[in-house]
Design a protein around this ligand. Structure first.
Ligand SMILES: [Zn+2]
Ligand SMILES: [Zn+2]
Ligand SMILES: [Zn+2]
Ligand SMILES: [Zn+2]
Length: 357
């Protein structure tokens, strides 16, 4: 898409980030008006733009770290509802950049910037403020302010020493300290704060030994994910399912997908107890519910009478072929009894097609 809608475009107005808000006209769309139509068009356009930006970023982040996945569909969907359109249109309707300078892009950065000398970074920025494109005289370079999120330098209009956690530092070092960021980055990070766009599947304790809290949460989350599927099929499980509303839905509908807010709650030790409560309520339901018990499995290896379930992830596992559930200890993938039965039956049907009728 050539017509990229840049955030925070050039012109000196943006540089007056703090003052522009006071100058600005209050945007009050009149329904049935041209503004409304423009807004709708813009919304559609922006969705395409968001997806292409995130796709691009996805490729970059996968190459760089191999483990961070951005859920592009979700970004598109959630931004649809969360950002004030009027405000955004005001920013985006300006012309994007010049030949030597372009405004910062809306991108999810998951790599920590290596420390570079100020002079080198500012030279790489062609001696422009990274936020508004104002040329910087060499003698003023030392006055520029560093944005930890974008790894660039900003003038004092574009950087007011706002502080934020940095996703890359959380994801790669489990570092939740706050760092100084530009006004643009602060806005960006605040706007993705609740978005579940960080897939932590491949991030384990081996990656950072300190994140035991995260492993605990991931373990409970996995059980909740499976047990929720079971509960959804049970007509008596209404109250057990109600418990799931204590936490954001994505935490139990999807695996390993977290927002920055979730991660902060993991770090503070707040998320695991909530998830555990939900799990206890669910387990209590399944244990006492005939309908749910009827959906369990009997381990075909040991033929124990105890009913087992796929959500018992520490003791049970599923055959990847036929999806039947067995004790982990009993299971040998080479000889799943159910798969063996299915294969034998297929073979029989092949040699005696008439047996099918
Ligand atoms: Zn600036
Ligand atoms: Zn039930
Ligand atoms: Zn068994
Ligand atoms: Zn099988």
């Amino acid at each position: 898409m050539k017509a990229k809608l840049g955030k925070f475009s050039n012109t000196t107005e943006t540089c007056g980030c703090s003052c522009s808000s006071s100058k600005s006209v209050i945007y009050e769309p009149n329904f049935n008006s041209a503004e409304l139509i423009a807004k709708e068009l813009y919304q559609v356009f922006r969705k395409c733009w968001m997806l292409s930006e995130v796709n691009y970023q996805l490729a970059v982040s996968l190459n760089a770290s191999g483990s961070i996945v951005v859920n592009e569909e979700r970004v598109g969907k959630d931004f649809e509802s969360s950002v004030d359109l009027g405000e955004e249109i005001k920013f985006n309707s300006r012309i994007r950049g010049t030949e030597d300078w372009a405004p910062p892009r809306f991108q999810i950065i998951v790599n920590v910037h290596p420390p570079h000398k100020r002079d080198l970074v500012v030279a790489a920025q062609n001696f422009f403020c990274a936020g508004c494109g104002t040329p910087i005289e060499p003698k003023f370079v030392k006055r520029l302010r560093y944005c930890e999120y974008l790894g660039k330098y900003f003038c004092d209009c574009c950087h007011s020493y706002a502080e934020s956690c940095i996703p890359a530092r959380i994801l790669t070092m489990w570092d939740f300290r706050k760092y100084y960021v530009s006004n643009f980055s602060k806005w960006l990070l605040d706007s993705i704060w609740h978005q579940p766009i960080f897939n932590l599947l491949n991030i384990s304790h081996s990656r950072y030994a300190k994140a035991k809290e995260l492993d605990r949460v991931k373990e409970i989350q996995e059980q909740l994910f499976h047990i929720k599927k079971l509960l959804k099929t049970c007509r008596f499980a209404e109250s057990a399912l109600k418990e799931f509303e204590q936490v954001p839905r994505h935490l139990t509908d999807e695996l390993y997908l977290f927002s920055l807010e979730d991660l902060v709650r993991v770090k503070k030790g707040l998320l695991a107890p909530s998830l555990k409560d939900i799990l206890h309520a669910s387990l209590a339901h399944v244990a006492g519910c005939e309908l749910c018990q009827g959906k369990g499995f009997i381990c075909e290896f040991c033929r124990s009478t105890a009913v087992i379930f796929p959500f018992q992830i520490t003791t049970c596992r599923r055959c990847s072929e036929c999806r039947a559930c067995f004790h982990k200890q009993c299971f040998q993938s080479s000889e799943c009894p159910r798969c063996a039965r299915i294969t034998a039956r297929r073979r029989l049907l092949k040699s005696f097609p008439s047996a099918a009728t």
